[in-house]
Design a protein around this ligand. Structure first.
Ligand SMILES: Cc1cc2nc3c(=O)[nH]c(=O)nc-3n(C[C@H](O)[C@H](O)[C@H](O)COP(=O)(O)OP(=O)(O)OC[C@H]3O[C@@H](n4cnc5c(N)ncnc54)[C@H](O)[C@@H]3O)c2cc1C
Length: 420
């Protein structure tokens, strides 16, 4: 019998309170838009702790709420996931293990993996033993995902992969990756792609860290040279990668609404929270300024609308009332409102947004967040692409002109450095 939401909530609450560390106020309310700046040792220690926490959550029967029981999950619903997300607020939890490991990667395995692939990887992900990442974007372009140039050539029971992927969050600390590659150059671009899974740390894969504006080195570029992948590690049909890819991007857009991902209610990783902006106003002594109060109201309004929109679209998609493509609406709003909240925090911070010391309290780092504010409009697909999806696939407006749609990909003009 399925555990009802309220019993599940009480079970989760009791376990969380007895086993997880309550966060200090500054840990809950700190602005979090910029990726953390850590040394490699700090990064490894933080991940080790998160793997340990995930294992504890798994052993308590609270991991993988939306994943089926046969793969180690709880076989429960989005409402159970929401109840957990409400109970975890204010407690330490394995934030970095949620995305992209649980979703999109775990969710894509669940949708398209073979029985053997699911049994091998989903329980390992839920126990925190395998951290996954997405090998999707390429140096030649990220938005045009179907124009991937990384090639996979059949060799007996294996495939040989060559190419480069970029902007990969957490590649240097991940164990496995989900990779989109071109398997057929003689058909239009959407029809010649295939998805594979591969261990990151193996001969033939070079991982280079990229230093971001704020000093974080979590992003990476990977170079794949004659990487051998067994056909048993193919996901979905040969040349059927676009079917997998569109579902993959759906899970990415649904991230904050997903039955697979634990995110404390009221927070969106990679977003400056409205509460933390209130702290900026307090710490700069501007809380009573009328203009500042208007800005605080705007930030709270953006947060409320975002939460309501997520709930409404999540329920609509889950019930089949609205198209899955509507997830692009929440993705668009999350990007635009996150960039606006970082700007509001920066405006309130005043001079401390340009130069700060630790004594500036919550105003410190507003400058970094302001410089990084566009990340939320780019990561997980850009807001411009979300607008395209909404206009074409939700509102049914005419499709964007794509001259290469019916042309064999081999014949599509590319710059000299991007020819196969
Ligand atoms: C925080 C963050 C995390 C990321 N993590 C990962 C990851 O883990 N794995 C991964 O593979 N990638 C990752 N990325 C990369 C990200 O997916 C790409 O940056 C994104 O898809 C955009 O691609 P691009 O940078 O090549 O820009 P381009 O595609 O070159 O776009 C440049 C500009 O043109 C616009 N544009 C392009 N085509 C169109 C169009 N048809 N209609 C309208 N406007 C258009 C874009 O919206 C953008 O404004 C991450 C990026 C960020 C910022």
């Amino acid at each position: 019998m399925t555990e009802d939401v309220e019993s599940f909530r009480l079970r989760a609450r009791a376990w969380i309170r007895a086993n997880l560390r309550p966060l200090e106020p500054h840990e809950i309310l700190a602005p979090t838009l910029a990726l953390p700046v850590q040394t490699e040792e700090e990064e490894h220690a933080a991940l080790a702790r998160e793997r340990e926490l995930q294992r504890m959550i798994f052993d308590a029967g609270l991991a993988g709420i939306g994943f089926p029981r046969e793969y180690g999950g709880q076989g429960l619903t989005t409402d159970h996931q929401r109840a957990f997300n409400a109970e975890i607020v204010g407690y330490e939890y394995p934030a970095r293990l949620q995305a992209p490991s649980f979703s999109p990667c775990g969710a894509v395995l669940l949708d398209f993996g073979t029985e053997e692939q699911k049994r091998r990887h989903i329980p390992a992900i839920l126990k925190g033993e395998e951290i996954w990442m997405q090998l999707l974007s390429e140096p030649s372009g990220g938005s045009d995902v179907a124009a991937a140039l990384t090639s996979a050539v059949r060799d007996g029971d294996d495939w040989i992969l060559n190419g480069s992927k970029v902007w990969t969050t957490g590649a240097s600390t991940a164990d496995w990756g989900l990779c989109l590659a071109r398997t057929n150059w003689d058909v239009p671009k959407h029809r010649g792609l295939t998805v594979f899974i591969l261990p990151i740390h193996q001969p033939g894969i070079e991982v280079h860290r990229i230093e971001m504006l704020n000093g974080s080195t979590e992003f990476c570029q990977e170079f794949l040279t004659d990487v051998r992948v067994p056909d048993s590690d193919r996901i979905g049909d040969v040349d059927g990668g676009w079917t997998v890819g569109t579902r993959w991007m759906f899970h990415e857009r649904m991230l904050f609404n997903s039955p697979f991902v634990s995110i404390p209610v009221g927070t969106s990783p990679g977003e400056v929270g409205a509460d933390s902006i209130v702290n900026v106003a307090r710490d700069t002594g501007r809380f009573d300024d009328r203009c500042v109060r208007d800005l605080l109201g705007e930030a709270h309004m953006l947060e409320l609308v975002g939460q309501t929109l997520r709930r409404r679209i999540g329920r609509g998609v889950a019930a089949g009332r609205i198209s899955e493509q509507s997830a692009a609406i929440t993705r668009l709003f999350a990007g635009v409102s996150s960039a606006r909240k970082a700007t509001i925090a920066f405006e309130i911070a005043g001079p401390a947004g340009a130069a700060w010391t630790a004594d500036d309290g919550a105003a410190a780092n507003c400058g970094d967040d302001f410089l990084m504010r566009q990340t939320s409009c780019i990561g997980g697909g850009t807001t411009e692409m979300a607008r395209n999806v909404i206009s074409e696939r939700v509102l049914g407006m005419p499709r964007e002109r794509t001259p290469d749609r019916d042309r064999p990909f081999r014949d599509v003009p590319r710059s000299a450095s991007n020819r196969a």
